[in-house]
Write a protein that binds this ligand. Structure first.
Ligand code: HEC
Length: 150
């Protein structure tokens, strides 16, 4: 009798620690699983109009002259001026052919907000996934407008 009540006293801290571990595990798993949710969702089937409602409104008042400064501010150049990532030169011309039927503007938008949706041949899927959260609509619009002109 005495022994079993002692066991249950010892048992409680152990149970509390066990529950705490499980809770920490669940929280960790939650953040691990939701990490990818930072990217904008990619539709299963693409059309020539995909993303355009968003992209058109981003481009409506865009000022492409802010582009070069934004590329430096968001450190795009650390990868895109080296062998890590494709150079931006000529992007405006090839963007329309990268992922048909996406338009050039829609492709550039997707490349920034959901980089893993399409990985350019010969490169690794290392581009940060959280630019949509880090940029204002204005900054994103200005960047797309600038990249389209290249
Ligand atoms: C850590 C490195 C890294 C950073 C920082 C980075 N990118 Fe990228 N980016 C890549 C890589 C690698 C690819 C090619 C693989 C892919 O398609 O995801 C790529 C692809 C792209 C493409 C498609 C290019 C093409 O030729 O089709 C665009 C557009 C782009 N990035 C824009 C940006 C912009 C804008 C920024 C800054 C806001 C940025 N990237 C920051 C690594 C990076």
């Amino acid at each position: 009798m005495a022994q079993s009540s002692q066991e249950s006293i010892i048992g409680w801290p152990v149970r509390i620690v066990a529950v705490a571990f499980v809770l920490i595990g669940i929280i960790f798993l939650y953040f691990f699983i939701t990490f990818d949710d930072e990217t904008v969702e990619v539709p299963e089937t693409l059309a020539s109009t995909t993303y355009l409602d968003v992209v058109d409104s981003l481009l409506a008042n865009a000022d492409s002259t802010n582009g070069p400064q934004l590329l430096v501010q968001f450190a795009c150049t650390t990868c895109h001026e080296t062998v890590v990532a494709p150079l931006f030169e000529g992007l405006g011309e090839r963007a329309g052919e990268r992922r048909p039927p996406l338009t050039a503007a829609a492709y550039i938008y997707e490349s920034i907000v959901s980089p893993s949706a399409y990985v350019v041949d010969g490169y690794v899927d290392v581009m940060p996934r959280n630019f949509r959260q880090r940029m204002t609509d204005k900054q994103l619009g200005d960047l797309i407008a600038y990249l389209l002109e290249l």
